[in-house]
Design a binder for this molecule. Structure first.
Ligand code: ZN
Length: 723
């Protein structure tokens, strides 16, 4: 799976292969000057130099069986900058005195947390104290009934797998009395760089009927969400303050992830935290595409302003069936780590349990060591300053959380459809958070894409209006701006004036077995490039009807039955209802599709709809992109301004398992011709391919640098050193 030649070379050069043959002596191979232990030069905070993270997630049984020295040797040997050590909250791994912090069955008299923490710190590893505030046992429930979540009947809520454990309520004093006591106990006894909480905030908005929550707005409403966000940020700040009571450099952070479907307001979390922990360990569902990790990276980039974001890669078998202590396909794990690095997050490798010393399945060790050894050789080129992209894709958390999509429509699939069209079209884009639409942030984008961002406040609409008035272009689809931020349906689009459209009645969907609607070509337009010998194009499953416009490009042909074929013909030949609306004002180009075309193209695999969308994005964004890559294959690409210059990352998704996991192997693609516009005053010194480990020629053409990546197996980084 791995490119053996590359990795063996990388490992030998980085001095980590010693570990692979002789784990007992690994710690001797780590010099005081390794990446993990070096204080960053000048005043650079250590988080800025963090490039690798390791975690062995401790089980209750581990105090009896785990090889503590082997564990510490491994993570030091692979140059992890930080390791997680479990304190927990469900089970104590040390001799706690906090009431109801139950000591594990195999802890005996041990200070297991202390042993691990010392073993790591002795080797120069920084440590994060890992806690879990989400569950506790029956004795705590009996003594503190107010700590726990309740169902509508008032019963405490058991966890599905372990009925002896109950879910705690984040609005209760459990969070402010119990968890804070544990943090202060750790501070009093040990040194750590930070505190991390797993299992909170929940990945779905909590539904709780305890006495405190009964006084809140109803669950799963925008009003509840406001209270939820207030509580998350209030606790976050309190915990961060406790972390700093001992060491003012220390900090607190919690478990995030979920990509575009995260529960807390990401803009608020981004402002409050120094580290965004994305617990997105692998593909979750059987039909999840491979890019779940890069979507997460783009979400992090949208809200963190360059602060640390890390995504967890589970070495274990993630997916619809979870084998927690069995190594997954190395190709799948490798692509997930590649995606982490390419999208600007810190690679983080996660293993569960130390049965038999280092785990009964130890295949994870060599794989992780080789991958980290490769990244360690090239740390400088992963120090990103900013993305190079000319398109912004709006992420609407309120739409993800509260919008009632029509039957059969999923907002994650909607995003995947847009994402796929963008990747196949080889666009360079960022995600933009709906609460961060100030002109200063948006000015780098020639165009913004609004993929059915149904919920938009008047204020958000005003920001978008300003963006357009200042020369920005838009592509919007379906019910974009038809709802207010608190999910009230509007009579007309919030962006009606901007897009030049008016709603004309309720959403129309296909009925029963009838076909989706069609779009009749009325006149020539650049978005129709490549469509010859047809008068019709596919429409979409659903559409928001809009009033007729002058000189339409596409009009709606209503859908008709699929069976029997005798009746498969249109009820009317032509209508005046637009299937797309364009507007050109100065250099603005605005496009609105009444259909949910990105969802339809994703679930049907429809190539016409993808082409239509790509042509439209190209038309609104203009011809001149700051970076482009020509070549064959399905890729995802990122361009970064880096500390040494620039970097172009290419992920090769040309693989039969891109749309359904896991990857089993890689299938190399050929020449990729890159063109990157250079900012004024910058000149290129050399370009090196970090995976192929060779320098390649380049030429300067006008204000751009051009070069060819000869082939890409799974991942390539063209690292451009520039002055
Ligand atoms: Zn509650």
């Amino acid at each position: 799976m791995l490119n053996r030649r590359t990795f063996l070379k990388a490992g030998a050069a980085a001095g980590t292969l010693a570990y692979l043959t002789d784990p007992l002596h690994a710690s001797q191979g780590v010099s005081a000057g390794s990446a993990a232990t070096t204080t960053a030069p000048g005043d650079v905070p250590w988080l800025k130099t963090l490039r690798r993270i390791g975690q062995t997630n401790i089980t209750e049984h581990d105090p009896a069986v785990m090889d503590v020295e082997g564990w510490a040797d491994y993570w030091a040997g692979v140059k992890a900058g930080v390791v997680y050590v479990s304190v927990t909250g469900i089970l104590a791994y040390y001799q706690t005195e906090v009431p109801f912090h139950r000591k594990g069955k195999y802890l005996a008299g041990k200070d297991f947390f202390g042993e691990l923490n010392s073993a790591a710190r002795k080797r120069g590893l920084r440590t994060i104290a890992r806690m879990s505030p989400d569950l506790n046992w029956g004795d705590a429930l009996a003594a503190h009934p107010d700590w726990f979540m309740r169902d509508e009947k008032g019963n405490a809520i058991e966890t599905p797998d372990t009925p002896e454990l109950f879910q705690t309520c984040m609005f209760s004093p459990y969070m402010t009395d119990y968890m804070t006591a544990i943090m202060r106990e750790i501070n009093a006894r040990y040194d750590v760089e930070g505190f991390y909480m797993n299992g909170w905030p929940m990945f779905n908005l909590p539904v709780c009927y305890c006495n405190i929550c009964r006084k809140l707005p109803p669950p799963k409403t925008p009003a509840y969400w406001e209270k939820f966000n207030d509580r998350v940020i209030e606790l976050w700040k309190q915990y961060d303050g406790i972390a700093k009571e001992k060491n003012r450099e220390a900090f607190y952070f919690a478990n995030m992830g979920g990509g575009v479907h995260a529960t807390p307001n990401l803009a608020k979390v981004g402002a409050a935290t120094q580290w965004f922990q994305a617990d997105n360990q692998g593909r979750g569902g059987q039909d999840d595409p491979v890019w779940g990790c890069t979507q997460q990276g783009r979400v992090c980039r949208a809200i963190m302003d360059g602060k640390t974001a890390a995504n967890v890669t589970g070495s274990w078998s993630t997916g619809p069936l979870r084998w927690r202590e069995s190594f997954k396909s190395p190709a799948e794990a490798q692509m997930w780590l590649n995606e982490t690095a390419a999208s600007g997050m810190v690679p983080y490798y996660h293993v569960i349990g130390g049965e038999g010393g280092m785990g009964e399945d130890r295949r994870w060790e060599k794989f992780g060591a080789e991958y980290f050894a490769w990244t360690a050789k090239h740390d400088a080129h992963f120090a990103n300053k900013g993305t190079i992209a000319n398109i912004g894709v709006l992420i609407g958390q309120r739409t993800q959380l509260f919008y009632q999509a029509p039957r059969g429509v999923s907002m994650q699939r909607n995003m995947d459809g847009m994402y796929y069209a963008l990747l196949e079209g080889r666009f360079f884009f960022d995600f933009v958070h709906e609460d961060r639409l100030e002109p200063e942030r948006l000015k780098k984008y020639a165009a913004l894409i609004l993929p059915n961002i149904a919920l938009l406040s008047d204020e958000q609409c005003a920001h978008l209006r300003t963006y357009v008035e200042q020369g920005g272009s838009l592509v919007a689809t379906f019910e974009t701006s038809m709802y207010t931020n608190d999910n009230q349906h509007r009579a007309d689009f919030g962006l009606a004036d901007v897009l030049g459209i008016h709603a004309a009645g309720p959403v129309i969907g296909r009925r029963g077995n009838s076909n989706p609607f069609y779009a009749r070509i009325e006149r020539h337009h650049p978005i129709l490039d490549g469509f010859n010998d047809t008068n019709w194009l596919p429409g979409a499953e659903y559409r928001q009807p809009v009033a007729p416009v002058e000189n339409p490009v596409l009009t709606v042909v209503p859908g008709f039955v699929s069976y029997p074929p005798e009746l498969s013909y249109p009820p009317v030949r032509q209508t005046t209802e637009p299937a797309v609306v364009f507007r050109e004002r100065g250099k603005n180009r605005l496009a609105y599709f009444p259909g949910n075309i990105e969802h339809s193209l994703w679930i049907a695999g429809n190539t016409d709809l993808t082409r239509l969308l790509q042509n439209t994005i190209r038309w609104v964004a203009g011809e001149s992109a700051p970076v482009s890559i020509d070549g064959k294959g399905l890729i995802e690409a990122f361009a970064w301004e880096t500390e040494p210059g620039f970097a172009v990352h290419v992920l090769n998704y040309t693989n039969p398992n891109t749309h359904r996991g896991w990857l089993r192997d890689f299938y190399p693609i050929g020449e990729q011709k890159v063109r990157l516009e250079l900012p004024a005053g910058r000149s290129v010194k050399r370009i090196e391919l970090l995976r192929a480990e060779k320098e390649i020629p380049f030429r300067i053409s006008g204000d751009a640098v051009e070069f060819t990546i000869p082939s890409v197996e799974d991942y390539e980084v063209a690292a451009i050193s520039a002055s």
